[in-house]
Design a protein around this ligand. Structure first.
Ligand code: 5GP
Length: 207
């Protein structure tokens, strides 16, 4: 490929790309991401830190770094988080050093963050391409159904998640891609197409 290009040019896939997957609660981010990671071995999950209690099926260091509030605030205050947010009474944040290290070693990263966190990552000034993907369920009705089906939360939390979702969809125009998650397999296939296309995007490397 090199021989066809002028000096300094390449394709984006030669270096690490951050694929940020976001969307309202109930869009199916976690299921989609698990399937993406299974289907494309070049993708690596970016593990966030959180103060939320661990759910039974979750593993520390795989799904999240489960930390105390004190430790989280220390990480934040020492500038070790690329972005952070408080969501439903718990803190969530993206570890800066880990993201930068993985991208620098040429790994493509998948990040699961809420909507404002996704936009914050795009603005955080990391020296790698950031691709912003917004995932939505096929309808509001379906979104409500999916959140209710979780059954892990009291009714006030459900109402709160819906209120947040209404605000979040207002921000869709700030994203690069919109994917509808009606059937898991279809959404995954579409995102894999986006991943492949982004890797072939021509870029002029500055360094
Ligand atoms: P859950 O508690 O259901 O795992 O996640 C709640 C929300 O927090 C989800 O929308 C998830 O995408 C978001 N989230 C997880 N990690 C991070 C993070 O590091 N930063 C931000 N901003 N949001 C996160």
């Amino acid at each position: 490929m090199r021989e066809f290009l002028p000096p300094g040019w390449g394709v984006q896939g030669e270096r690490g790309i951050a694929f940020v997957i976001t969307g309202p609660s109930g869009a199916g981010k976690s299921s989609v991401i698990n399937e993406l990671l299974r289907r494309d071995p070049r993708l690596t999950f970016s593990v966030s830190a959180t103060t939320r209690p661990k759910r039974p099926d979750e593993v520390h260091g795989r799904d999240y770094y489960f930390v105390s509030q004190q430790d989280f605030l220390r990480l934040r205050d020492e500038g070790k988080l690329l972005e952070w947010t408080e969501y439903q009474g718990h803190f969530y944040g993206t570890p800066r050093e880990e993201v930068e290290r993985k991208l620098t070693t040429g790994k493509d990263l998948v990040l699961n963050v809420e909507v404002r966190g996704a936009l914050a990552i795009a603005r955080a000034g990391i020296q790698h391409p950031v691709v912003l993907i917004f995932l939505v369920p096929p309808s509001w009705e379906e979104l409500v159904r999916r959140i209710e089906a979780r059954g892990t939360e009291p009714p006030e939390a459900l109402t709160e998640r819906l209120r947040i979702a209404r605000e979040e969809v207002q921000l869709i125009p700030e994203f690069h891609y919109l994917v509808v998650n009606a059937v898991l397999e279809g959404a995954v296939e579409e995102i894999l197409c986006i991943v492949r296309a982004e890797r072939r995007r021509l870029v002029r490397w500055s360094g």
